[in-house]
Design a protein around this ligand. Structure first.
Ligand code: PRP
Length: 211
């Protein structure tokens, strides 16, 4: 039997997903060892193989068929824009994509002035400002600690993930607008969905029952 390959997002999302898979009886030997540097784990009984990847690479592996399925945040799916099927909302990893900044930026944001937006998600930010708000902005791509940008004067606002809101609070920033809600999703390669339809559908339905 051909392995069904599942790309997981390294870290907390992978751990939660492996717990969910083990609830449906599919365990991955050795994957719960926090010290392991291994990247691939197999379950021979079900012919399932898991591998650990960086979030933004998960849609890439799935789009090219190197993985049949992937588990990844909706933010990454939107940002990467790959041709893949999104088939299930797992409901965990819940957070929001928001436009944030100091309260003083609210006016500039609604006035239609050309403002600067720092973000790790340039495609999401561009889509939000240009297509939804019809507002011209300058987008500055950053790689992390985005909250710094409006504090040190790099940008007026940021487009970033808010989970508990504590990073914003501790840095004197606030949510100004909400872009969209986010959570972990199951994505599937378009060819695999045809070729392995029965196995994939059965697996998705079993996961759904455990949510
Ligand atoms: C994310 C996000 C925010 C923070 C939000 O950053 O970019 O900074 O978490 O979480 P909170 O609302 O619970 O405070 P992450 O920790 O992934 O690191 P990064 O700054 O490198 O992006």
């Amino acid at each position: 039997m051909r392995y069904l390959t599942v790309a997981l997002t390294k870290g907390r999302l992978a751990q939660k997903t492996l717990e969910l898979f083990s609830k449906v009886g599919i365990t991955a030997d050795g994957a719960d060892d926090k010290n392991t540097r291994k990247l691939i784990f197999t379950n021979e009984e079900f012919g399932v193989r898991f591998f650990m990847a960086k979030g933004p690479d998960v849609p890439t592996y799935v789009a090219y068929g190197a993985a049949d399925l992937g588990i990844v945040g909706k933010d990454t799916i939107l940002e990467e824009g790959r041709k893949i099927y999104e088939v299930l909302d797992l409901g965990y990893g819940k957070c929001r994509m928001c436009i944030c900044g100091p309260e003083s930026a609210r006016e500039a944001l609604s006035s239609g002035d050309q403002i600067r937006v720092a973000t790790k998600y340039p495609n999401i930010a561009k889509d939000y400002f240009l297509n939804r708000k019809h507002q011209t902005v300058e987008i500055i791509k950053m790689n992390g600690s985005i909250e710094l940008a409006p504090i040190v004067g790099l940008s007026e606002v940021i487009c970033d993930i808010v989970e508990t809101g504590s990073t914003l609070r501790e840095n004197g920033l606030t949510v100004l607008e909400e872009v969209c809600p986010l959570s972990a999703r199951v994505v599937v390669n378009q060819v695999s969905m045809k070729m392995e339809n029965e196995r994939i559908t059965k697996l998705i339905n079993r996961l759904k029952e455990e949510l």
